[in-house]
Design a binder for this molecule. Structure first.
Ligand code: C5P
Length: 337
């Protein structure tokens, strides 16, 4: 299936702000002919914390969140074409392949911004569960930007790349940075936090429960309207900076919004704590719930126990490690080595 490039609609004009850009974005490869193909990893994220501040004039929610990369990944392979088409194939037949797939949208926007002409075949091998709050689609979009810049040696200012990422979705800019990052605004204004020792994480995703992001935010609006709790931002801010030297969880407001509707998620969190997680939480707007463990072997033991306690056939589980920013870019491109 092939998509021809065409201008995006005028709605994709939201701006991103980056307070501390890292210098690798937009850097070109050495001179020489473009590689025959490029294979990259596209890593997932968890939210260590997520707090709603309120509803914004543009309809989005003002957030405070802390993202962290984890080493559960999809694989993307980019092969230059002789014509100018962008052609996406995907191992998951349920994903849309035309311009409403974020990978195609990312390639189109990048081509328009950089004046690129040569088409590309893109093979997407999915492993990150869709609709689980793990950021798979956003990661795929950001990594498409990085990979095409490298493959075709496109020169684009990092701020422009972040702007394109932000227009694709609120979480997309994070995946250009990776590691541990504080996100404010829509989640797209980023402050990288220092790397800490990698943590062992057990991810648990109910197989039959996919929560739409938009639906979850609509519920959040109602919750914000009805909630009498004062949103104590000072407490969130001081928690982030108190816990800055270790990988810690800060609470996720989506739990208050979604647990009453989906009690199985609350049970999953309780089950993770019961099998030894030192803390557990939902990521983003769910449905994945994750627990932190002292070591990978502890997380593997807990995975077995969790699967025997709950109905294993209804649950996807993954034992993963957090990825520090110092390793993030290397590991994206390590797939082709
Ligand atoms: O930015 P993105 O396209 O990923 O957002 C998907 C939907 O989630 C938006 O249409 C909006 O309804 C909601 N959202 C929000 N506030 C945010 C991020 C997303 O309301 N900070």
């Amino acid at each position: 299936m092939s998509t021809s490039r065409r201008p995006r609609s005028g709605s994709r004009t939201r701006r991103s702000t980056i307070k501390n850009p890292v210098n690798y974005l937009g850097r070109s490869r050495r001179a020489g002919s473009p590689a025959a193909f490029l294979t990259v990893h596209s890593f997932a994220k968890v939210n260590l914390g997520l707090k709603f501040v309120g509803q914004r004039a543009d309809g989005y929610h003002e957030l405070r969140t802390v993202f962290h990369s984890v080493d559960l990944s999809d694989r993307l392979t980019f092969t230059p074409r002789r014509d100018s088409s962008i052609v996406l194939k995907c191992s998951d037949v349920r994903l849309p392949l035309m311009a409403d797939n974020l990978v195609v949208a990312a390639a189109e926007l990048l081509y328009a911004a950089a004046g690129a002409r040569r088409g590309v075949d893109i093979m997407l091998e999915k492993r990150i569960p869709v609709g689980a709050g793990l950021g798979g689609g956003s990661s795929n979009a950001a990594i498409t930007l990085l990979a095409l810049c490298r493959l075709f040696r496109l020169e684009l200012h990092p701020a422009r790349l972040l702007e394109i990422a932000s227009s694709l979705g609120s979480d997309v800019p994070f995946f250009l940075l990776g590691g541990r990052v504080l996100g404010i605004g829509r989640g797209n204004e980023l402050f990288p936090l220092p790397d800490v020792k990698a943590a062992a994480i057990l991810l648990a995703v109910p197989k039959d429960l996919r929560i739409g992001t938009q639906d979850a935010y609509q519920r959040a609006s109602l919750w914000l309207t009805n909630s009498r709790q004062a949103n104590n931002m000072a407490r969130f801010g001081s928690a982030v900076f108190e816990k800055v030297s270790a990988l810690e969880l800060f609470a996720n407001d989506f739990e208050s919004v979604l647990f009453p509707e989906y009690p199985e998620l609350q049970h999953l969190k309780a089950a993770l704590l019961a099998v030894g997680a030192r803390s557990a939480q939902m990521t983003g707007s769910g449905s994945a719930v994750f627990g932190l463990f002292p070591s990978i072997s502890d997380a593997r033991r807990a995975e077995k126990e969790l699967r025997s306690r709950l109905s294993a056939s209804s649950l996807l589980t993954f034992v993963v490690r957090s990825i520090p920013r110092s390793q993030y870019l290397k590991r994206i491109f390590a797939a082709s080595e």
